[in-house]
Design a protein around this ligand. Structure first.
Ligand SMILES: *Cc1c(COP(=O)(O)O)cnc(C)c1O
Length: 366
């Protein structure tokens, strides 16, 4: 049988036009018209005012922390169930992460656990919720709490481009938000990210810091520590082409989710929940109710690429000494990790291939 991947880049052809333009005009260096164009097009898509295209989502998170002046000794409250890229930048800045449990309705940051954490750490410098697998977090509740405690939100929308919460795009709720265009995300620049914000000063600062923090002087003068975090004009060209098919990708990913949902209907296997007040981007379809490691090994042996859910940060060797705040008897993230698996969600997967994935899972679990 042909291998069935988890989620790989899917080009649409429009990318080449922008890349050719870059070659024809010799805009190969970082910056250039594709970078500006890509930023403007993302702003238009999200309905947000300012964006800085960067080399990765991780770089965008790092700059967001820098811009808020977060440093040694500062507490940052972060969703536990996520990819390590969400919280690694907290350690880059020698700040202290405190991890927050998830709720069962969206698998994202639990507002009750967040409230408990804000009471325990009222001087927290930022809250980082994640829209995991493309399902928006409970932003009304999270925003209300953060407003009451006067703590800024950095929204990790790396997995959720194209998803909306109550009609408003993810990436537009935080003081700043982070997008990723890594190869496995819903659209890609081969590697890249973006920092977006309504606050123009924040994005100006991000542009400054991401280009080595050069002072306005005729020579190379630096008063601040800078980074080389800008996106290249070639990669931005790929992103511009990809953005033209983002809505198609969301529709295709939704069809994949719905086919799994119908396939597992009536069994003990449950899909990752998507509340009816959100529109997810369905980046990855996930199930719970299985033995993830056994099923993972079985699927991989048949050329079907699955992946366990993100291992929660409170269970990571690197992060186990940091505080973890939860309100249930047993943390929700532990339970999800013990019973959940991400399934192939590649938009190039055929209906027949997906049917066979469903059959193989049902047979193995029966
Ligand atoms: C992919 C991802 C990131 C990081 O993005 P990169 O572009 O790979 O650096 C951050 N957070 C989450 C939740 C992600 O899935």
């Amino acid at each position: 049988m042909k291998k069935i991947p988890l989620s790989t880049p899917t080009m649409c052809g429009a990318e080449l036009k922008y890349i050719h333009e870059a070659f024809d005009t010799n805009w190969i260096a970082p910056l250039g018209p594709n970078v500006t164009g890509f930023e403007n097009e993302i702003c238009k898509y999200l309905k947000i005012s300012n964006a800085a295209a960067l080399s990765s989502g991780t770089a965008a998170l790092h700059l967001a922390l820098r811009i808020l002046g977060i440093g040694e000794g500062d507490v940052v409250l972060c969703q536990s169930l996520t990819f390590a890229a969400t919280c690694n930048p907290i350690l880059y800045e020698k700040a202290t992460p405190v991890f927050i449990d998830s709720e069962k309705d969206t698998w994202n940051m639990c507002p009750d656990a967040l409230e408990k954490a804000l009471k325990k750490y009222p001087k927290a410098k930022a809250v980082i919720p994640v829209h995991l697998y493309g399902t928006p977090a409970k932003m009304d509740e999270i925003s209300e709490l953060c407003k009451n405690f006067n703590v800024p939100i950095i929204e990790d929308a790396a997995e959720s481009l194209g998803a909306a919460y109550k009609g408003k795009q993810t990436g537009t709720f935080g003081e700043m938000a982070v997008l990723s265009f890594n190869g496995n995300k819903i659209i890609t620049t081969s590697g890249g990210g973006m920092l977006v914000s309504e606050n123009e000063a924040y994005i100006k600062k991000a542009l400054f810091l991401s280009t080595q923090a050069r002072d306005a002087a005729p020579f190379y003068q630096h008063s601040e520590l800078g980074f080389n975090y800008r996106l290249s004009n070639i990669c931005a060209g790929i992103g511009r082409g990809q953005l033209t098919v983002l809505d198609d990708r969301v529709r295709q990913k939704k069809r994949i989710y719905e086919m799994y949902e119908a396939g597992f209907d009536g069994s003990f296997i449950k899909m990752n929940p998507v509340p009816n007040y959100v529109s997810a981007n369905y980046w990855l379809s996930c199930i719970t109710g299985v033995e993830p490691v056994n099923l993972y090994n079985h699927l991989m042996s048949m050329g079907i690429e699955a992946r366990p859910l993100w291992k929660p940060m409170n269970l990571q060797p690197l992060y186990e000494n940091y505080d973890f705040v939860f309100v249930q008897k047993k943390p929700v993230v532990n339970e999800l990790f013990e019973t959940g698996l991400c399934l192939p969600s590649d938009v190039k997967m055929t209906t027949e291939e997906q049917k066979s994935v469903i059959d193989i899972i049902k047979l193995f679990c029966s």
